[in-house]
Unconditional design. Structure first.
Lengths: 164, 296, 781
């Protein structure tokens, strides 16, 4: 199969990549770009471990052909924050004990981030519904939900965003 | 055991079609050898699990002309490449097409809905497709296009069997059209899965018009109880023209439960499906009636 | 007790790396020039392999291995028991396949796609044999045999009627006990096979080294056992095998053993003479391991005054195609049973049977959730039939302080020294409103609520006063750096529950060093002493026990060096932390003015060439204290659809001193989710004709609970009993497995309280509830 050139913005950086038509985005990210935070969990879109943001919306890299994202923008967990400058939601996850084995964590964080962009002050049911495609076998979800809820509160309590 | 869901091992030629005309040309040119890739959430799973192979893969999701939702309050026209998530978030759908809204809301994870299209959900031909019962009760029609021309198929005639539709190998679904449903309509969708966002063990949609205290037109459709999503005309007849009452609802639901012949599979049993069909249909009729402004 | 770091909520050491996606798991390891491997797995449940033709695959440029090209070594992948109690039946690659999905050949190539295509090009000729898929059928004389002979240690052992192993234990005179009973209650329980569903699939990367050795990165709960078993299989000196310690993406028991794919990958790497990476697909993984199912017959004799006088438990475990650890499993099941209540005179008969299914292996609780479901359901059945209050009945008969506890079957026992059972049952009853509980007869309408209680425990480790059938000790190396910071080298795998943080806290507490000045080193089998395994809820009790033991020696050494500098007797010195100066000092007791910081001591020890202040040692805990739990669960049953919601749950734990209270809570809530899965949703069963998994290997039809199946945050209450385990590090015991054990029984008891129907099998699905509501209460449910 012939490789094709695609131009993709990954974590804010424009990349030119040669990919085969049957290359999954998941494997391009992991194997070609060494972005190992995006995980293989089930390969059939049922677990959410490979969640990335595609043009700002959550998508599953295990069910995306890399050729199809030409011209689009992708954020992986590595683009969300880094150890020197954590994203507030990443801090909240650590603070609330939302991390155990850590394998679902990148997907959970990206889903949480997409949710808060869409709905800055979600209630618990809305958070749970949004996360239902991200499976976690360790935590029972409570600490993850708490971490997102707390971050939502922080954001909405930010004086800069209040109208008063 | 010859699958590997970490990769997509099968090889094919990839054809990206930015316009409808190109897509139809490709479909015609590679007639029978090509498959259509939209959101990929069903197709790629089938390819990974070896259930489907193709020589050419035609990517149509980026055809802008097929990505729309136009509502004029009387009718609704849906471009098949619109994502399920966009339908869920559409205010018109939420306000006037409750069954469709509830169906997409009940479906899959947010990420899957961002990727998946309504066209894909229909053309995949699953008996459990959640968007099918609402479209059946709305009396939707589907526009199927090829370079030979267009044809309009009522959604009722679209499904033939599991993974089978009337779509010819050179055809593409190009529009879903919901007709004028008249005044004082109400619709609803209910589903039971094993966990949240699951494939339906059973689902049901109801759409009815209210004329004062009586039911006007009425449609009922179930999914996951037959090889295709199906309507239950006998139960609809029980409701039509009758004054609405709890007894009437029970009667219609009981009749429907007696008519469906679900199977036992890995997701549920025939007797369970039969029993709960009554429960969810009763609830479905009630909520459609109330949405139509009726009282109980 | 007033602690400096123990019991404080502090950020995980690996938290930043994990939230940034930078924590390496085995599946993230990349070695230059590595090949990718895939396995060829059997389509048949039972067949002899007549021929494997790899020529086409090899012509595609792939490296292949078949049963004839790997060491012919029979092993058991779990090497926790002593060798003479270890049953071995497994080969690196078998010449006879015994379950659908068993690996029979493997392929490595430059890309995974090529390896996969090459694997598809391998031709296998099978002689298909009749398969045995029901454990009761398997024991009939006419049933096909899976094995003629296996090994027990090094002894050959004939297998009769597919019975893998048995354990029969009689204490006292059960017949006489039953004769004295006023009531005898007997029931059958059935617990299913379920899949671990750990998020990271099993993985291994093997790099052959220039010295003829190998380096291995893999998903495991025990780096040292992996190393030792690889040494035996490949006849390599242990000094040339190095297994790296990594984070693991969940395990729940699935990697208690040296996973069978590890030697396959090593064999490929040795043949290819280059690094090979083998990552299981999810479907490979589902065909690799499953929780042990159990059919349990339980008979209990009780007197009118609610005193238990006799019990008899018969357990049949369908272990599948291999013994990963069924002999110790049966022993443990006898122990979980023996230690729940004072049965007085009792019997345990356990049988493990081979069938042509995915091999069962440990999964959180190791037989305890199965036994607990039977016993804790039974306690409710008895209470109901005999008119006792379920809580008082339990309190009257439970095994508690001063009683003997079987921590790992009949050979590992110790006396209970801390116990929070009474406190937890009292607090739980109060919180859930037990006294207002109504019987199911009082409930009407579509939605019916019910409240259920179950209690349980797990062992903390497998230590005992005398060595038993199970190996148990751990090791640690602790080093004071020249600036006063501390390196801890621990072989103990942290499966995500926070064992690593607990280790840091224990060391920090003893050495009076702040948490952020103690770090866990990146280690491997070469740089650490032996630790048996992160299993048996032993991470904190045994792992931290060893760290404490070593930290004490480091403290002695520190004080000794300081005494030379301060010219004082070491016995007159003490350690303390000065929060204002943010340093740890050694000072004369009751005279803090004469002091020196530990960093200065370490630095001076270097300048004076006295040496590094470091100690490496091993330690065996001589007890196995139970960590107790209790679950009070409220359910709401929709009697029209059979759908059950859990509006409320109260989770109570006696873990001794909570070292990581936040992670302890996380373990309890996580276990609630897994327990609800076990009780209500999960089942990984086979088609009884073909032996194929009904889910086909995909999680689409192998559901675990999502975020929406759990009670809301405010409706889950967690409570820690106020206990102190005198033998544990700073009073701590374990929690991991205990947290799960009584969830399913509490759920079933709550359903009984809601609708008056007792369920003896899990999962209790809406289908079964509706069927039972139609058919009425019956022992068949």
């Amino acid at each position: 199969m012939e490789k094709r050139l695609i131009k993709v913005t990954i974590n804010g950086k424009l990349r030119e990549l040669f990919v085969k038509p049957n290359d999954l985005l998941l494997n391009v990210l992991r194997n070609d770009l060494n972005l190992m935070g995006t995980k293989y969990g089930c390969g059939i879109g049922e677990c959410g471990a490979c969640t990335v943001l595609l043009d700002g919306q959550t998508a599953l890299a295990c069910l995306i052909l890399a050729v199809t994202v030409d011209g689009q923008e992708i954020t992986t967990i590595e683009g969300m924050g880094d150890p020197a400058q954590l994203h507030p939601l990443q801090e909240s996850f650590i603070e609330h004990g939302a991390v155990q084995c850590g394998f679902c964590t990148p997907g959970m964080l990206l889903a949480g981030e997409a949710l808060l962009k869409e709905n800055p002050n979600p209630n618990e049911e809305e958070i749970r519904e949004y996360l239902r495609g991200n499976l976690c076998r360790c935590t029972g979800y409570a600490a993850i939900v708490k971490a997102i809820k707390s971050e939502a509160k922080c954001q909405s309590a930010d004086p800069g965003t209040l109208s008063e | 055991m010859k699958t590997n869901t970490k990769i997509l091992a099968s090889e094919f030629e990839y054809l990206e079609c930015p316009t409808l005309a190109e897509a139809l040309n490709c479909l015609s040119k590679y007639n029978g050898k090509a498959k259509i890739l939209a959101g990929g959430t069903d197709l790629l799973i089938k390819m990974k699990s070896g259930l489907l192979q193709c020589q050419y893969l035609i990517f149509v999701k980026k055809i802008e002309a097929l990505n729309y939702l136009i509502s004029d309050k009387k009718t609704l026209r849906i471009g098949p490449m619109i994502s399920l998530r966009s339908i869920e978030k559409n205010e018109q759908v939420k306000a006037y097409y409750s069954a469709l809204f509830e169906a997409v809301r009940s479906m899959a994870a947010t990420s899957v809905k961002n990727m998946a299209t309504i066209g894909g959900n229909l053309c995949n031909g699953s008996p459990a497709a959640d968007t099918a019962p609402p479209l059946l009760v709305y009396g939707a029609t589907l526009k199927l296009s090829s370079i030979r021309g267009d044809r309009i198929v009522p959604v009722e005639e679209f499904f033939v069997g599991p993974s089978q539709t009337v779509l010819e190998s050179d055809e593409l679904l190009t529009e879903i059209c919901l007709p004028d449903l008249g005044d004082q309509i109400g619709s609803s969708f209910l589903k039971l899965g094993r966990v949240s966002a699951d494939i339906a063990k059973i689902n049901v949609a109801v759409c009815l018009n209210r004329t004062g205290k009586s039911v006007g037109n009425c449609r009922i459709a179930f999914g996951s109880v037959a090889p295709t999503p199906i309507r239950i005309p006998e139960a609809e007849e029980i409701l039509k023209g009758q004054e609405m009452s709890d007894e009437l609802i029970v009667k219609a639901a009981k009749a429907a439960a007696g008519l469906i012949k679900p199977i036992t599979d890995k997701r549920s049993t025939n007797s369970y499906r039969q029993q709960v069909s009554k429960v969810i249909l009763e609830e479905g009729i009630r909520s459609a009636w109330q949405r139509a402004g009726g009282e109980l | 007790m007033d602690f400096q770091v123990i019991g404080k909520v502090l950020p995980r050491k690996d938290g930043i790396a994990k939230v940034c996606g930078k924590e390496p798991f085995a599946s993230d390891i990349v070695v230059p020039h590595m090949l990718y491997a895939v396995t060829l797995r059997s389509e048949h449940a039972h067949a002899e392999i007549l021929k494997i033709d790899t020529s086409e695959a090899e012509s595609m440029g792939a490296v292949c291995i078949t049963p004839t090209e790997v060491p012919d070594f029979t092993y058991n992948e779990r090497t926790v028991s002593i060798p003479e109690k270890t049953y071995c039946d497994r080969k690196v690659l078998p010449r006879r396949v015994r379950h659908v999905g068993e690996a029979i050949a493997a392929v490595a190539a430059e890309t995974e796609e090529l390896a996969f295509r090459a694997m598809q090009a391998i031709k296998v000729e099978y002689n298909v044999l009749p398969s045995v898929l029901d454990p009761e059928e398997a024991m009939k004389p006419e049933a096909e045999s899976l094995y003629d002979e296996i090994l027990l240690g090094k002894q050959q052992l004939k297998v009769k009627h597919n019975v893998a192993c048995e354990r029969n234990i009689v204490i006292g005179d059960p017949e006489a006990g039953f004769a004295a009973a006023d009531y005898i209650v007997e029931r059958d329980y059935d617990l299913p096979r379920i899949y671990h569903h750990q998020m990271e699939t099993k993985t291994v990367v093997c790099q052959p080294e220039a010295n003829g050795g190998i380096t291995v990165w893999t998903t495991t709960q025990t780096i040292h056992n992996v190393r030792q078993l690889l040494g035996q299989i490949f006849e390599l000196p242990l000094s040339k095998i190095n297994v790296k310690k990594l984070s693991i993406g969940g395990s729940f028991g699935s990697s208690i053993q040296m996973n069978s794919m590890i030697p396959i990958c090593v064999a490929l790497a040795l043949k290819a003479r280059c690094p090979v990476k083998l990552v299981s697909s999810r479907e490979d993984d589902i065909h690799d391991h499953v929780k042990f199912p159990a059919r349990i017959k339980l008979k209990v004799g009780v007197t009118k005054d609610a005193k238990i006088v006799a019990a008899d438990m018969r357990v049949l475990v369908d272990i599948g195609a291999h013994q990963i650890n069924s002999y110790p499993l049966l022993g443990c099941m006898s122990g979980w049973y023996a230690s729940l209540y004072k049965w007085q005179d009792f019997r345990f008969d356990g049988t493990a049977v081979y069938t042509n299914k995915v091999p069962g292996c440990a999964m959180q609780g190791y037989g305890n959730p199965e036994v607990n479901f039977a016993v804790e359901s039974h306690m409710d059945v008895i209470a109901n039939e005999c008119g006792f209050d379920p809580i008082e009945f339990r309190l009257k008969n439970y095994v508690g302080i001063g009683d003997e506890f079987w921590g790992q079957g009949p050979t590992v026992k110790s006396i209970i020294k801390s116990c929070g059972v009474e406190e937890m049952l009292a607090v739980g009853a109060e919180k859930i409103g037990w006294s207002e509980r109504q019987s199911s007869q009082a409930k009407t309408g579509r939605y019916r609520k019910g409240v259920g209680i179950a209690r349980g425990f797990h062992t903390s480790g497998t230590g005992g006063p005398k060595p038993g059938e199970v190996i148990d000790y751990s090791s640690a190396t602790i080093k004071i750096n020249e600036d006063g910071t501390v390196d801890v080298l621990s072989p103990v795998m942290d499966l995500g529950g926070g064992t690593g943080e607990a280790t840091v806290k224990v060391v920090a507490e003893l050495l009076k060093v702040p948490y952020d000045k103690v770090e866990l080193a990146i280690v491997d089998t070469r740089t650490t002493g032996y630790d048996v395994n992160t299993h048996a809820t032993r991470g904190v009790y045994c792992g931290c026990g060893a760290a404490l033991h070593v930290a004490k020696q480091v403290k002695t050494k520190l004080l000794e060096f300081a005494s030379r500098i301060l010219e004082e007797n070491p016995d007159d010195l003490d350690l303390s932390y000065e929060p204002e100066e943010k340093k740890t000092i050694i000072h004369v007791k009751r005279f803090k003015q004469k002091q020196i910081s530990i960093g200065e001591v370490a630095k001076l020890a270097q300048i004076y060439s006295w040496g590094t202040i470091a100690v490496s040692d091993s330690y065996r805990q001589r007890n196995c204290p139970p960590c107790f739990v209790a679950h009070f669960i409220e359910v709401e049953v929709d009697t029209w659809t059979g759908i059950v919601k859990v509006p409320r749950a109260i989770l109570l734990a006696d873990s001794g001193t909570p070292i990581n209270p936040d992670m302890l809570e996380g373990q309890l809530i996580g276990s609630l989710s897994r327990g609800l899965g076990y009780a209500a949703y999960e089942s990984t069963e086979n088609d009884l004709e073909t032996g194929k998994l009904l889910c086909g290997g995909f999680i689409t039809d192998n559901k675990i609970p999502t975020s929406c199946e759990m009670p809301l945050m405010d409706n889950i209450e967690v409570y820690f009993a106020h206990t102190y385990e005198p033998t544990g590090p700073f009073g701590a015991k374990g929690i991991g497995e205990a947290a799960l054990n009584s969830v399913a029984a509490a759920y079933a008891n709550a359903i009984y309280n809601a609708i008056g129907i007792r369920f003896y099998h899990t999962p209790i699905t809406p289908e079964r509830i509706l069927q039972a509501l139609e058919g009425g209460a019956s022992v068949e449910n």
